[in-house]
Design a protein around this ligand. Sequence first.
Ligand SMILES: Nc1ncnc2c1ncn2[C@@H]1O[C@H](COP(=O)(O)OP(=O)(O)O)[C@@H](O)[C@H]1O
Ligand SMILES: [Mg+2]
Length: 401
Amino acid sequence: MDFEFDFDRESPFQPGIPVSPDKFRGRQETIKKILRYVNPAINGKTQHFFLTGKRRMGKTSVADFVKDFVGYKKNMIGVYVSNKGNNSIEILTTWIIEALINELPQKSGVERLKDWFGDHIESIEIKGTKIKFKVDDELTRSFKDYFQDYINEIYDEIKEETEGILIIIDDINGLSDSREFADWYKKLADTLAVNNNYSLPVYFLLAGYPEKFNALVAYEESFGSIFHHDFIDCLSDDEVIDFFKDTFNQVGMEISKDALETMVAFSSGLPLMMQQIGESVFWACENSMITNENAIQGVINASYEIGSKQIRPILNQLKSENYEQILQFLVENKMQTFKRSDVKDSMEITDNVLSKFLSKMVELGILESTGHKNSGTYEFSNNLYYTYFWIKSFEKSQSEE
Ligand SMILES: Nc1ncnc2c1ncn2[C@@H]1O[C@H](COP(=O)(O)OP(=O)(O)O)[C@@H](O)[C@H]1O
Ligand SMILES: [Mg+2]
């Protein structure tokens, strides 16, 4: 067997991890909207932006791109904090302060830590180039209560070297379930806005699910007015085309017209699907010209990859085989949005089974009910599932040919 060929190749695709800024494509409008508020932030008017989008829609990728961009265009320092799994404000503020301290030269970072926090420090660890520290509860509480003062102090240390600071708080989700967070954030934003003691060139960029942002606004009406906001949805076909052309060109590969059409169609504008299809097509094509056969093979392989990592683990929890058949049926009949009664009429299925199916799908986040309450209208809330079943039925039709 000749392994040499695969051995020498490296795929330019990145399914499953935020895309690196040089391979980031599309999202022009969103990026422009975020960048609009960079100058006011640099001029000392703290800004707040909330970016929403469903899972895997590309929020982290946008945030990372912006961080990179303002770093080299505006000489801003950017820190990224993932709030995944956390629902404590104390912990979040500690993480942000830790990230900022890591922007100081390492030696002075450690010295500053000792000066500032003295006896409250329980431990300081240096991991590679990163400083990690633990402080006592009293100080953690004060991080939360006087957050703006800590940022101010750290900013004083770095202001010679930078125009401003971008603070990204990603996956805010867990925290946003509490009124406490809405109140805390509102107070922080108000303090920074009205108090003349602060003229902080800071830009906060938060990212999370749309329903979480809505819940926060519902708790605290004025929460919405603190933030600039944008919602990211599927990429347009043109954005997907640019992505495939540019990324394959970077490694010297060309795409035939029909292959490009196949890849774009099955990507369905989903960034993760697009990355996985790119990856699978890359390995399915063993020369520099991608044919439609390569594209079809890649699309099918991609559905297995996405299936085994993102979809099967969830579907395998279903006790009833029937449920998967119903999903398949919906997709084959192009019922991305559907009325309960339409399914009832076209499938031989009892009311009871249908009710159980729908509530299970909503629970798993595969379907959601839309329209007014009791409208009986549902849609695929996670289009990865829709596309997965679509490729499955496409695969079946291919093997029947
Ligand atoms: N603009 C983009 N260009 C290329 N790939 C993208 C883009 N946005 C997202 N992706 C890809 O889509 C997948 C999900 O992106 P990610 O940023 O992790 O989404 P989220 O943070 O919303 O869950 C990743 O594999 C990433 O590489
Ligand atoms: Mg993310």
